[in-house]
Design a protein around this ligand. Structure first.
Ligand code: PAF
Length: 292
């Protein structure tokens, strides 16, 4: 597996591995910020298996870049785990052809597109008042970096986890807005055996908090057994509060726009997404699931 820190080195090294011209090979990007776990390995394996089944010449490129522009708390950026050696080992085992771990200067040269303003962002990044309201500037940073990672890797396909549902909708909307020919492949959330969604933050949970955390999954399962939006939301909130979590939101929203479901909108279960953000001590957990 190749490890490159610039796009130039990445493409030169990939080109030298085969007689097939690099420009005619599909590059599948798996964007990450490192601190990789089984959930990320599943994204890489998904990209590999798509390539093996559909386009054997395709190349799987994982990007590892802790993007400073998407952190609204500098302390969070500072303490974000950096585990590059272990990350590369995981990528190789999961079937990546290359890892691109660029510097801040490589990702953000002076002529790179700036962080978009709120009015330039797709509505799903500002209107729902979910992650957007709790993390001001976060989605502008995600938009800015994903756009650049797509440019640097020259990918035609990219895998994003459903775990960050609002981010996934933003990336889809960005691809449309910028008219990019990149297929976004959503990957199901990978869970621990007790239902806790895998996340780089789980390592910060104390043993007591870890035992409580699966309540997030149980709350969504309980909501799946309800028959109205109001009951789904109340059930999630009550389950979370009963377990001792501090609820930021526990909502059932239109799955793509993430806007509230009004009586005038259809409540076809398949178009509803359950979304939760709750805190356990200082650790913020987010998760989502279909309603039906
Ligand atoms: O989901 C993440 O890990 C990040 O937000 C992403 C998409 C790699 C952009 O930095």
């Amino acid at each position: 597996m190749l490890i490159a820190s610039t796009a130039k080195n990445l493409h030169e090294a990939l080109a030298s591995t085969s007689t097939v011209p690099i420009a005619s090979r599909t590059i599948i990007c798996v964007p990450t910020m490192g601190a990789l776990h089984e959930g990320h390995a599943a994204l890489v394996r998904r990209a590999r298996s798509w390539a093996n089944n559909n386009d054997p010449a395709a190349l799987v490129v994982v990007t590892i870049f802790v993007n400073p522009t998407q952190f609204n708390d500098p302390a969070d950026l500072q303490r974000y785990p950096r585990t590059l050696d272990a990350d590369c080992t995981l990528c190789e085992a999961a079937g990546a052809d290359a890892v691109l771990c660029p510097s801040v200067e490589e990702v953000y040269p002076p002529n790179a597109p700036p962080k978009p303003s709120d009015s330039e962002l797709p509505a799903v990044a500002t209107a729902p008042k979910l992650e957007d309201a709790r993390r001001p500037g976060h989605f502008a940073g995600v938009y800015q970096v994903v756009r650049r990672l797509f440019e640097l890797t020259r990918c035609r396909r990219a895998v994003f986890g459903e775990k960050d549902w609002q981010q996934l909708q933003l990336v889809r909307a960005m691809v449309q807005q910028l008219n990019l020919s990149i297929h976004i492949d959503p990957a199901p959330t990978i869970r621990e055996s007790d239902g806790l969604a895998m996340s780089s933050r789980n390592r910060f949970l104390s043993p007591t908090e870890r035992a409580v955390a699966p309540a997030v999954y149980r709350a969504m399962q309980a909501a799946q057994r309800t028959n109205s939006i109001a009951d789904a939301e109340r059930t999630m909130r009550e389950t979370l509060q009963h377990a001792g979590l501090d609820v930021e939101y526990a909502v059932a929203r239109e799955a793509q726009s993430l806007m509230p479901i009004t009586t005038s909108t259809s409540t076809d279960r398949a178009s509803v997404r359950l979304l939760i953000a709750a805190k356990l001590g200082s650790i913020r957990l987010i998760d989502n699931a279909p309603w039906g």
